[in-house]
Design a protein around this ligand. Structure first.
Ligand code: GDD
Ligand code: MN
Length: 381
């Protein structure tokens, strides 16, 4: 990291647009009624950060108390710029606030942290340094690796809920969360170049999860930390926030699945070309059209296999040998063909559908089955 320049006295500005020098870090801090914490937070940040890297602090505030005024006054003693964006409409809650900050931040590195000192400011330079050292796009402060802990998650009940939520979330997003032990952490550093803010639809507290799933930063790294008790005030999280989290999970999963399914379908369509070409070649060579159909279909299958290996499941090939993968994929693709005829018959005879409708429904049903089957049987461990 470049050495710091002359310490510049920060003037707090409300509604500011923030542009920092390249190579620096923007620390984004969402605040909701944290007037008892921000002074101590800025004091500890001053101690931790500027001696090691140039930084600016950006509060994104939805408070109804005097938090912005306290920030403004405390910022007088800071050697780095401190800015506040105060939102009149607190859309998206905590996550919405962070995304607002991401859009305004100008530095190469962005650190997101809470205002209540549960996240130790001393770790800010370490997160960025770890990213620079490993060329990771994302560095997470984790409670769940060696050296980390949840001292500040008071009560067995909160610990159990947090554990269960982490386990569920990792199960739902195995690929996007590979290498991330603490997807619920609210303390992390991310390269601005890895953030595509147009893709984000933040909903509540879990902004790291949102970023990991929708932006897919490369090679996430982790640094352990101790999640301490709050310095002042109380958690702003409520039961309603828990429900919002479940909605967030469903929205993320739907979006991720839909995008992959569309890609899978489009790749499938391109398979018609090698299929028809092979059919033409085989029948021209005198093969009877029925065995030719079956053989030509294998060309389409192979073509599709190669494309999805490269375009869709590139990061999930390690679990099986390629011959195993191609065998399973071909089996599914041919089972799809075999299943279609009885399915059409069933739809016509039992549900009274017309032949065209029945065929369309059967195509759709076998397509979904094939997609789910390919994910589960070919590319999951
Ligand atoms: N701008 C804004 N708008 N800030 C908010 C809002 C909001 O609607 N809600 C909360 N914040 C701010 C708080 O002021 C605080 O700075 C930070 O977000 C975290 O809020 P807390 O209420 O202290 O959250 P927590 O301690 O229960 O949860 C934290 O730890 C969890 C891990 O157990 C958060 O970091 C979670 O994201 C994290 O999962
Ligand atoms: Mn907190």
């Amino acid at each position: 990291l470049p050495p710091i320049g002359a310490g510049e006295r920060g003037e707090p500005e409300l509604e500011a647009t923030v542009v920092a020098e390249p190579g620096a870090v923007t620390v984004i801090i969402p605040t909701f009624n944290e007037s008892g914490n921000v002074r101590e937070l800025l004091r500890q940040l001053t101690e931790a950060v500027p001696a090691r890297l140039p930084c600016e602090v950006l509060f994104v505030d939805d408070s109804t108390d005097d938090t912005p005024e306290v920030i403004e006054s405390a910022a007088q003693d800071c050697p780095f710029p401190v800015n506040v964006i105060h939102r009149e409409k607190p859309e998206g809650g905590l996550g919405g606030a962070v995304v607002e900050g991401l859009k305004a931040a100008g530095s190469d590195w962005i650190v997101v942290m809470d205002a209540d000192l549960q996240h130790p400011p001393a770790l800010v330079p370490d997160l960025v340094a770890a990213g620079e050292r490993t060329s990771a796009d994302l560095v997470i402060a984790s409670r769940y690796i060696d050296g980390g802990s949840r001292a500040g998650l008071a009560g067995g009940y909160r610990v159990a809920v947090s554990r269960a939520a982490t386990w569920l979330t990792k199960g739902m997003f195995p690929a996007a969360l590979r290498g991330i032990s603490d997807p619920m952490s609210g303390f992390f550093a991310i390269r601005r170049s890895a953030v595509t803010s147009e893709a984000l639809r933040p909903l509540g507290y879990k902004i790291l999860l949102e970023l990991a799933v929708r932006c897919r930063p490369e090679q996430p790294a982790e640094v352990p930390f101790v999640f301490r008790d709050r310095f002042a005030g109380e958690s702003k999280s409520t039961a309603k926030e828990g429900l919002r989290f479940l909605r967030h999970l469903v929205e993320l999963r739907t979006a991720a699945t839909l995008a992959r399914m569309i890609a899978f379908g489009l790749i499938g369509l391109t398979g018609f070309v090698p299929n028809l070409l092979a059919l033409h070649g085989l029948t021209a060579a005198g093969v009877h059209y029925l065995p030719a159909e079956v053989m030509a279909n294998q060309f389409g299958v192979l073509w599709n296999f190669l494309l999805i290996e490269v375009l869709l499941f590139r990061d999930r090939r390690a679990h099986r040998h390629w011959a195993d993968r191609v065998g399973r994929f071909a089996l599914l693709a041919n089972a799809d063909l075999l299943l279609r005829i009885p399915l059409i018959a069933l739809f016509v005879a039992q549900l009274g559908m017309g032949v065209l409708t029945a065929t369309a429904c059967a195509l759709l049903a076998t397509f979904v089955l094939r997609f789910v089957g390919t994910e589960a049987l070919v590319y999951l461990p």
